[in-house]
Ligand binder design. Structure first.
Ligand SMILES: *Cc1c(COP(=O)(O)O)cnc(C)c1O
Length: 226
């Protein structure tokens, strides 16, 4: 079941890439496995999944011991500073950096472990009250400040788009973030490390790909309803 759905999502990603005139290699599928048992993750792994997304530190800590080392773990949920220590060194990429304070903590813990941690800045493009992330207007300054840290590498931007009935409703959100991303790249604030745009979920990943996503985070579409 998981394998079939994984392949089906892969097929849809390929079609969206072709439609958008993009290369398939430009888009990474992250299998969002939060709340799902390890057995299902293993099924996805067998089907070819290597990138897994979790929104709780505890789940990464537990699951990462039970899957092969070739798995890349993506922290995609809101991260509290007191949990940073546990996730630094385990997550290949932290998508959800939503404050200077959090970035500072990640830098500190990375320094202690003598590693450089790859992060994305989360942007609340639609300005939803209920969501975490920098608002678009403050992201450039945040980027400038956070890029000064020695033990962090800002690899790009991430957004969680609003929950909508029709994917098309989020096209403008994705377009807006892509424009901003291109603008930030051109300013080279990050010394050229910015190459990731993480946007699009089960309901709207194809639209996100058409609008320039380089990572899509798909949970329900692969593992079923939570
Ligand atoms: C749960 C989650 C997803 C996946 O959502 P689906 O709609 O199940 O694909 C993607 N991104 C984040 C940040 C999430 O928390």
């Amino acid at each position: 079941m998981v394998a079939e759905q994984f392949h089906e999502v892969q097929k849809r990603i390929l079609t969206a890439c072709e439609r958008a005139g993009r290369k398939r290699e430009e888009v990474t599928l992250i299998a969002v496995s939060k709340t799902k048992p390890v057995a299902m993750l293993k099924e996805a792994y067998e089907a070819g999944a290597r990138d897994f997304g979790e929104n709780k530190v505890q789940e990464i800590v537990e699951k990462y011991l039970q899957l092969p080392d070739s798995v890349r773990w993506h922290m995609i949920g809101h991260l509290q500073t007191n949990k940073v220590r546990q996730v630094v060194g385990k997550a290949a990429l932290i998508h959800s950096v939503d404050s200077f304070h959090l970035a500072k903590e990640i830098d500190k813990e990375s320094g202690k472990k003598n590693i450089i941690t790859d992060i994305l800045l989360e942007v609340n493009v639609a300005g939803e009250e209920s969501k975490f992330g920098f608002c678009l207007e403050e992201t450039e300054n945040a980027l400038k400040e956070i890029c000064q840290f020695q033990n962090i590498r800002v690899r790009g931007l991430m957004t969680v788009a609003p929950f909508v009935d029709y994917a098309e409703e989020n096209r403008q959100i994705f377009r807006k973030l892509h424009e901003f991303y291109v603008d930030m790249k051109s300013k080279n604030i990050d010394n050229g490390t910015m190459g990731v745009l993480s946007m699009g979920m089960t309901g709207d990943f194809e639209v996100a790909i058409e609008e320039g996503a380089t990572m899509v985070r798909v949970g329900t579409g692969i593992f079923g309803a939570r």
